[in-house]
Design a protein around this ligand. Structure first.
Ligand SMILES: [Fe+2]
Length: 239
């Protein structure tokens, strides 16, 4: 059924790709119809309840099979849009790719630990659909330094960034500077049902912490791994 569970009619890939490069992110408003959003929310709420009110994540399409999350990840229209965005923004042929999808559900004290975890994604495009966003003071906004590095040609260079960023000290410094407003990331207030696009492997990003008692859930669709053929990565077992 066209338009279910996402409506991409009228989405302008040229504008989205341009916004990703100039503003840091592109957005399609109200892409998830209210009925579909309700079903997605119900899935998340029961998953968090089953996890005792704590953090839970689903990695890969198989883990969400039978739900609308799976349908979104398999949507030919969604894939076609990402292909267009990639080709316009990157200037290369898209080829054949599948989404690597992750559903993140932050809740409770364990969810709080994921706040201010700065990282680059491993894929060129990140499409993010907020499912549940807390209201009030601590809404867990997406924070980003848009396009803060190029897509490194070689996996080895990418790995150096990853190792440096993943140290406790780097994370502490970035959090310290952000919390004290000494560096000012772009803050994106997420609205459930919209789709946000950004260049994931070029954009340093994190989320602000959210209320312990609330759920913050985002469905992430990653696409185009720039190092899928890297022999170094295969040798290191990080593929
Ligand atoms: Fe990410």
């Amino acid at each position: 059924m066209t338009g279910w569970p996402i409506t991409l009619e009228g989405a302008n890939s040229e504008k989205i790709a341009a916004d990703m490069s100039s503003l840091g992110y592109g957005v399609i408003e109200n892409a998830v119809p209210p009925d579909a959003l309700m079903q997605l929310r119900a899935f998340v709420e029961s998953a968090v309840q089953a996890a005792g009110g704590e953090y839970v994540a689903f990695s890969g399409a198989d883990q969400v099979k039978g739900s609308l999350f799976w349908d979104i990840g398999k949507s030919p229209e969604f894939m076609a849009l990402c292909k267009d965005i990639y080709e316009r923004g990157v200037g290369k042929t898209f080829g054949t790719h599948e989404f690597y999808q992750v559903l993140r559900c932050l809740s409770g004290a364990t969810g709080d630990r994921h706040g201010y975890y700065f990282h680059y994604d491993s894929y060129v495009i990140t499409a993010l659909i907020p499912v549940i966003i807390p209201e009030g003071d601590k809404t867990g906004d997406l924070i980003m330094f848009p396009n803060s590095r190029p897509t490194w040609k070689y996996y080895a260079r990418n790995l150096v960034d990853k190792i440096l960023l993943e140290t406790a000290l780097s994370q502490k410094i970035l959090k310290y500077l952000t919390v004290r407003n000494m560096i000012k990331p772009l803050k994106v207030k997420l609205k459930p049902g919209n789709i946000y696009f950004f260049w994931g492997c070029r954009t340093l990003h994190a989320n602000e912490p959210c209320d312990h008692s609330a759920i913050r859930s985002t469905a992430l669709f990653h696409i185009v791994d720039p190092y899928e053929t890297s022999s170094l990565r295969k040798r290191l077992g990080r593929a």
